[in-house]
Design a binder for this molecule. Sequence first.
Ligand code: F6R
Length: 242
Amino acid sequence: MKIIIAKDYEELSEKAFEIMRAVVKEKPDAVLGLATGGTPVGLYKKMVADYLAGGTSYRRVRTVNLDEYVGLTPDNDQSYRYFMRDNLLDHIDVDLANTHIENGVAPDLTAECARYNALLRELPRDIQLLGIGANGHIAFNEPGTPFNSETHVVDLTENTIAMNARFFADEKDVPRRALTMGPKNIMDAKKVLILACGANKAEAVFGLVNGAVTEQLPASILQKHADCVLIADREAAALIGG
Ligand code: F6R
């Protein structure tokens, strides 16, 4: 794993942007695996600013997202589809028809997972962007998720529900289930870029880099990826020599 320690969030976002830009420059029809959450917002802002300034075009890019809540329609401002449009997709020249995310309101969720796995096979990702949970989760794969699992329905843990509650008016509004790519889908990406920011991620980052490869810390599987880059700010890197 290649490790980049950034002095702050701004530098983390800039370095992540440089990697993303290089992927699209080399392959204008690249497939980008994208993530939601707070951490990639700075990266998305830089992608938008660069595009608006006449930089990188995303006209031929395809995107696939990691996960989506069950029960939220795309126009619900807490859905991950909405988040992606709001933070990135509506502000660059990507064709929205080429941007994919699980359908959280599909009538048959098992069939929806199968559809998404087939889509991921059709669209091999050139890069997969990830954040990391304080418990080492990646996407919505909580500790204990089998490493060989693909897109599936998950019951969110109380901890994840509590963490996500900050985005909702009331904790009872936070969906209890989600659809998520599995660790196997994540490992299938050609390159993985994982971002970690803040002191509450330090233990998870230690496990990601130095811990045992164990399903109890889902991110640890990335030690086995041939091309994984971690960008951590100093706080998140505190236990790995940051
Ligand atoms: C986002 C996702 C999550 C987040 C993780 C970190 O699509 O699947 O795994 O990457 O929870 O979230 P933040 O960046 O908000 O700390």
